[in-house]
Design a protein around this ligand. Structure first.
Ligand code: AMP
Ligand code: MN
Ligand code: MN
Length: 320
């Protein structure tokens, strides 16, 4: 069912104990959106639990409540809210089929590939899920405080890469203006998001960049498992490098292939404005946005790379 912010607010207010779930391999938008909504609901006396299958990334680690995310939160909740998760698999082990849920699954998301897997779905084409959460916070009648504002601005800043992606709109800036006026510190948030890389990660990027290849507008690089530090089980290292690849002038689309320790290849895809790579990610079982999409594909590094680069080459030839 397609919903509205006021309908979502009405539904949330019916429940006392609410679980908010962020997507696997989380980013600043899914964590900031979850926490912004959590603090708003808590100000209304609701009990809110936070769930996520993977650790909170550096860009959102300083947010109030960031230490509360658990991969095994209590099951006895009245409602579950998924934020920034384009399909149920993005909820990881925290997804429960409707028969096993005590209450509704409410989906708040901004991915164009979202098919509406919740009982209530608030899916809008915004730069960040945090923009939609702000509409829900308004509909709840909660007035913005500095904590909510800081969480939500983290979502907008990280998903727009500091208001630079093709998904950035005038409303992204209007929202940011409101959040700053409510006390969110843009400089601190941007610094936390973009200026806290480790030197060892940059060295790893250097190694991948040295071996990067480009053919007819498609640029790609690889991170084989043997290069990765122990315990890097997801694409955490990859998102920043994928963004960097996309800064190459001649690259129309770019892809980063990261070998995971579970037999899957994490693929991070980026595109210059004017191209839409979400369909390619969707075709490989993932999803995303026009300019940034991804998937996790079973296979060898070389095999997956060949198939995805092929699809991207065809896309550049047709959309170009
Ligand atoms: P990333 O390359 O991991 O930074 O992801 C870029 C975009 O693709 C984000 O909007 C993700 O939510 C989306 N994305 C990545 N992997 C998947 C997936 N397996 N399913 C759906 N969306 C994905
Ligand atoms: Mn996200
Ligand atoms: Mn997002």
């Amino acid at each position: 069912v397609v919903s509205t912010p006021s309908r979502i607010a009405e539904e949330l207010l019916r429940h006392r104990r609410i679980l908010i779930v962020s997507h696997v391999d989380p980013d600043g938008d899914t964590i900031g959106s979850a926490l912004g909504l959590a603090w708003a609901l808590r100000s209304l006396g609701r009990e809110v639990l936070m769930g996520c299958d993977d650790p909170v990334p550096e860009e959102a680690a300083a947010l109030p409540g960031a230490d509360e995310f658990s991969s095994s939160p209590p099951q006895d909740v009245d409602a579950i809210v998924a934020v920034d998760a384009s399909d149920e698999r993005r909820m990881g082990s925290l997804f429960r089929p409707s028969a096993e849920r005590g209450g509704p699954l409410i989906v708040i998301d901004h991915h164009i590939t979202n098919g509406g897997y919740g009982d209530l779905n608030l899916v809008m084409d915004t730069s960040a899920t945090a923009e939609i959460v702000l509409l829900v916070v308004d509909a709840l009648g909660v007035s913005l405080d500095a904590t909510i504002a800081r969480c939500l601005l983290t979502g907008v800043v990280t998903d727009t890469q500091g208001f630079r992606t093709a998904s950035t709109t005038a409303n992204s800036l209007t929202v940011a203006q409101r959040l700053m006026a409510a006390g969110a510190d843009l400089v601190q948030i941007s610094n936390q998001a973009f200026n806290r890389r480790s030197l060892s990660m940059l060295s790893l990027w250097g190694r991948a960049l040295t071996a990067a290849e480009m053919r007819s507008g498609v640029l790609w690089a690889e991170l084989p498992l043997a290069w990765l530090p122990q315990g890097n089980s997801d694409g955490q290292v990859g998102s920043g490098l994928a963004n960097l690849l996309n800064t190459v002038r001649e690259a129309r689309v770019s892809a980063l292939f990261t070998e995971q320790d579970d037999g899957l290849i994490d693929v991070s895809i980026r595109a210059k404005p004017g191209y839409d790579v979400s369909g390619v990610a969707l075709a490989f079982g993932g999803g995303g946005h026009a300019g940034a999409a991804g998937c996790q594909v079973k296979g060898s590094l070389a095999g997956v790379r060949e198939a995805v680069v092929d699809a991207l080459t065809r896309l550049v030839n047709t959309q170009g």
